[in-house]
Design a protein around this ligand. Structure first.
Ligand code: F0G
Length: 422
């Protein structure tokens, strides 16, 4: 495991993975797990690796888990990269793809991080795990820790998570606390609980092992395309996933597996957009949003913990960040479902909503290879559909009234004529 070590993104101090830490013990900033690329380059058989089924653990040699017998898996990763011809032709994009992370075991990209994070929890001997969540992290953690036989605690903002996600956490048997506050407050409390109770293992995306699992999103997209995308468009909430994907692309590039790195485009909802605001002003710090608000509850976050990593991903890649309104999000959700057969939750429709603006603004061209990440399944949030979409009609159970409703021409009632006797 010497090819993996913690490194502080600010002061650069390095630490062995044998230490059980989430933040830099010296300056308190974010940690990342560095992969000693030069050591791995000659040692990993990428051709052999690509003959294995597409999945998170296909990339095991690039993941910092020492004991493979401990791996906690529900078969995560290996999600579809869908070519979207109908939506693409509407928007004037020839090579538009959606990476559908809703195909993961609990219906979101979080499973990539949890398979690695919960395995690490076992490695450090944890018995209890905890997270704050807008819903998907809670559902995923509850599932993986159930499989591992660990106790799960989740803190969620009361009344502000989609019912499908809450149902998952309940059924998987998590201890759920709904707080009278938002996600940012829940996360602060979780940090404090973990610093006062060192035996409880923290599984929010500040934990670098989560990021390691999530970086496989980028590896998979490159392997599916047999090249790198030109643009990678992804929703941003707590800013873990954009940081993870950028790490994945950077490593794949340094390992000689792709020829260039994509531009990263972060998408936020208008009412919860501290990163997009910073990028618009070319700033290197963010101004937290006190009262974040959006229909996309998954990304209703005003103080993204990994903001520094996200800004670096966007600036280093020469990408950008953009906001979309709730109305644009719902329109995009419906468009993706009706044109491509992909039903995603509102947060996951934000990249689709952004496409129109990016194309019209001249940021994207017809020939660009564009990948949008659909982070979570539409069934997670059935309330949005029942509240905001037209209700289906209800009719009497009789053929003619249904035909009339369908606009089918009225017909004479057919009477079978008796067959002539031979
Ligand atoms: N999309 C969905 C469906 C999400 O659930 C999240 C985050 C994001 C996008 C944003 O990802 O936080 O890495 O920038 N959900 C977290 C949760 C916060 O608790 O489930 P991010």
């Amino acid at each position: 495991m010497s090819e993996f070590y913690f490194s502080c993104i600010e002061c650069g101090t390095t630490f062995s993975l044998s230490e059980n830490i989430y933040r830099c013990p010296r300056c308190g900033d974010l940690l990342e797990i560095k992969v000693a690329v030069d050591e791995l380059r000659g040692r990993v058989d990428f051709e052999g690796l690509r003959r294995l089924p597409l999945s998170v653990w296909r990339y095991a040699p690039l993941l910092p888990i020492a004991d493979r017998l401990k791996i906690v898996t529900l078969n995560e990763g290996g999600t579809g990269l869908h070519r979207c011809r109908r939506l693409g032709s509407l928007l004037g994009l020839e090579h538009l793809y959606v990476k559908n992370e809703g195909e993961n075991p609990t219906g979101s990209f979080k499973d990539r991080g949890m398979t690695v994070g919960v395995t690490r929890a076992l490695e450090v001997g944890a018995k209890r795990v905890i997270c704050a969540s807008t819903g998907n992290t809670a559902a995923s953690l509850a599932a993986y820790s159930a499989k591992a036989g660990l106790e799960t605690i989740v803190l969620i903002p009361s009344g502000k998570i989609a019912y499908g996600k809450l149902a998952q956490a309940i059924v998987y048997g998590a201890k759920i606390v709904q707080i009278r506050g938002n996600f940012d407050e829940a996360l602060k409390i979780v940090f404090e609980i973990c610093s006062r109770n060192r035996e409880i293992y923290l599984l929010n995306s500040i934990n670098p092992f989560r990021i390691e699992g999530q970086k496989t999103l980028a590896y998979e997209v490159c392997d599916q395309l047999s090249r790198q995308p030109d643009y990678f468009i992804i929703p941003v909430g707590n800013a873990g996933n954009i940081s993870a994907a950028w790490k994945g692309f950077t490593e794949y590039y340094e390992l000689g597996q792709i020829e260039a790195k994509p531009r990263m485009v972060g998408v936020q909802a208008e009412g919860a957009a501290p990163i997009a605001e910073a990028v618009a002003k070319r700033r290197y710090t963010i101004k937290p949003v006190e009262k974040p608000e959006t229909i996309a509850t998954a990304i209703r976050i005003g103080m993204p913990v990994s903001w520094k990593k996200a800004l670096r991903a966007i600036y280093e890649s020469e990408g950008t960040a953009i906001t979309v309104s709730d109305e644009e999000i719902l329109e995009a959700q419906s468009l993706l479902a009706r044109l491509e057969g992909l039903f995603v939750e509102p947060a996951s429709a934000t990249p689709i909503a952004a496409l129109k603006k990016l194309k019209e603004g001249g940021y994207l061209s017809r020939d660009d290879v564009v990948v949008c990440v659909a982070t979570g399944h539409g069934l997670k949030d059935p309330d949005v559909v029942s509240r905001l979409y037209e209700k289906p009609v209800e009719l009497e159970a009789d053929v003619s009234s249904i035909e009339r409703f369908l606009g089918l021409a009225e017909k004479e009632v057919a009477v079978d004529s008796p067959k002539p006797a031979c």
